[in-house]
Design a protein around this ligand. Structure first.
Ligand code: SF4
Length: 352
């Protein structure tokens, strides 16, 4: 499982080979990712046969939106579920990746949170999701979208900043080894303040997305239990610090839940926070989850909320719930997945 090997110690997987083999392997893994070791054409056949590329198997592969949304559920050898979603747009191709199997944050409206925490993902397991998407796009492209990966967002399963060491190492591999721009990567957090402050000290200017979902402590604590540990004021202060240090505009994420955080009063309070941080606000209507009665607001209520934000002069975008027909909301694919793992090969992907 080459992606779980330290990139500086790849010689350890081919001790009988000349030293340049490790360099060649590193190129294939990080500069020109491929779906199968057989595509590593400058390696000897015996080595290609022996090496195992991915640290997981592809358990489910779903596509929607005319092939512009692709959702993958990977399964590791120890049974952990990892999901990633690739979304194509006319000007970009964005991969949403997971940083943990499950999540301990227990946000009430989130399918992942409802199913609890399995374990942290290793840096190699995080990076491998990106490499897989790159290799996939290289082979198959995506309709009406760039045929290369342009953006990565840590918005799949898990709170990335609670798995700091591995997420940091994966950022290093994406930026320094794969050559991705830090500006093309967004780390999202539900307000893990120590991690926000550590990220501000890193050398990379990655984007920070802060999932607020509520604009006062009482409501926020009822939706995001972590708010009991790090209050809204602390999260805002850490966001301000990040903006000041990095000069990168913060984005605020807001999942709209019917009758809960979709009031004009919440919109006004959110507007105050957004102005204070000079942040962009991304609003998305809730994708209902099986273990919660929460629903998305009606289209009219969503429109009123957005109108209020814009009336207050907030830079706000209503995001579409991409791939709703394939359960593309955070953590939902695993809820429905069943069956036998499929080995990652072209046959699986071409069968779509
Ligand atoms: S919303 Fe994010 S932080 Fe909250 S439980 Fe879900 S995955 Fe975890």
């Amino acid at each position: 499982m080459l992606y779980t090997v330290d990139p500086d110690h790849l010689a350890s997987v081919c001790p009988d080979e000349p030293p340049y083999r490790a360099r060649q392997l590193r190129e294939w893994l990080y500069r020109h990712p491929v779906l199968e070791t057989q595509q590593m054409t400058n390696l000897p056949g015996s080595l290609r046969d022996r090496l195992e590329l991915w640290p997981f198997e592809l358990e489910a592969d779903q596509s929607a939106d005319g092939g512009r949304t692709r959702k993958w559920l990977f399964r590791t050898g120890d049974g952990a579920a990892i999901e990633a979603v690739l979304m194509g747009y006319p000007d970009r191709t964005t991969l949403c990746i997971s940083s943990q199997a499950g999540c301990a944050m227990a946000c009430t409206f989130c399918a992942t949170g409802q199913f609890g925490f399995e374990r942290h993902l290793e840096a190699g397991e995080i990076t491998a999701q990106v490499a897989f998407a790159k290799a996939f796009l290289d082979e198959y492209g995506m309709p009406n979208s760039p045929h290369r990966l342009t953006n990565v967002v840590f918005m799949g399963m898990g709170e990335p900043l609670a798995n700091y060491t591995h997420v940091r190492e994966s950022l290093h591999r994406m930026i320094d080894l794969m050559g991705m721009s830090a500006r093309a990567i967004t780390v999202s957090t539900v307000g893990f303040v120590p991690g926000m402050r550590r990220l501000a000290d890193e050398p990379w200017k990655v984007n920070l997305a802060v999932s607020l979902h509520a604009a006062d402590d009482e409501l926020r604590s009822s939706l995001v239990p972590l708010n009991e540990r790090y209050s809204l004021a602390e999260v805002i202060e850490a966001s301000r610090h990040y903006f000041k240090v990095k000069g990168r505009r913060i984005s605020i994420e807001w999942t709209l839940i019917d009758g809960t955080n979709d009031s004009v009063d919440q919109a006004r309070k959110l507007a105050e926070i957004a102005h204070d941080l000079r942040a962009h606000v991304n609003v998305i209507a809730l994708n209902p989850t099986p273990l919660s009665a929460d629903l998305p607001p009606s289209a009219d209520r969503v429109a009123v909320f957005m109108d209020e934000l814009r009336y207050e002069g907030v830079n706000a975008t209503l995001r579409d719930t991409r791939g709703q027909d394939i359960d593309a909301a955070c953590g939902q694919l695993r809820v429905h997945s069943e069956g036998t793992p499929i080995r990652i090969d072209r046959a699986v992907l071409e069968a779509r």
